[in-house]
Design a protein around this ligand. Sequence first.
Ligand SMILES: [Zn+2]
Length: 247
Amino acid sequence: MTYDTDALVIKAQNTGETDRLVTLLTRKYGVIRAFANGARSPRNKNAAATGLLCYADFTITQTSKGVCIVKDATAKDVFFALRSDIIRLSLAQYFAELAAELAPREEEADEYLALLLNAIWLLCESKKPLQLIKAAAELRLLSLSGYMPSLVGCAGCGAFETDVMRFCPASGKLYCADCVPGEPCVEVPAAVVHAMRHICLSEPGRLFSFRLSDDNLLLLNDVSERYLGAMCGKRFATLQFYKTMTR
Ligand SMILES: [Zn+2]
């Protein structure tokens, strides 16, 4: 079987003498792994388009044993502006690792791909704070993959909003100022709650269109990272790297 799809390379491993094993976030079939034979030799026609964080049109052949081979790859965007900025690059690599963890296999992943491409384009543009892009990508990816936190109102009394609310990263529940959560939680002002609701519920095209003060962006990131850690049950090496770069 041979098929065409656009995809972002979310992982690229060396294999054999000049081959690559790439993990692709494809629009039509979610996350797939495919061999790009000879792609590490500079003159190979697929060399550029199969590198990490390249967005390309792929033609993929699946053998009778189910092994996927990249037959052809034509680069659409290599995000050149990322390559000279280690902090932005490390954040893009973190988004790629998150997608590999959370995006579906063998089913359409249009919204995941659009989210990653938008996030990486924003990283290239340098117009929005990194903390905003990071928290929005984290919480939205979690929401898409079935881990949407319960942000509609207080889990105790149903109150929509109080000036300060509390978010429990282990359960994704929100509590008002008056209810007592039976689990560890983080205090968040209403502005951060608004941002979290926006990230989880807005139209895809509006995802990154919100503002927060620097202090609240830090809080949002703290909450988002803790929630992500609780839902995924693992540490992401690329996140640790990003954090050492920005410390
Ligand atoms: Zn309450």
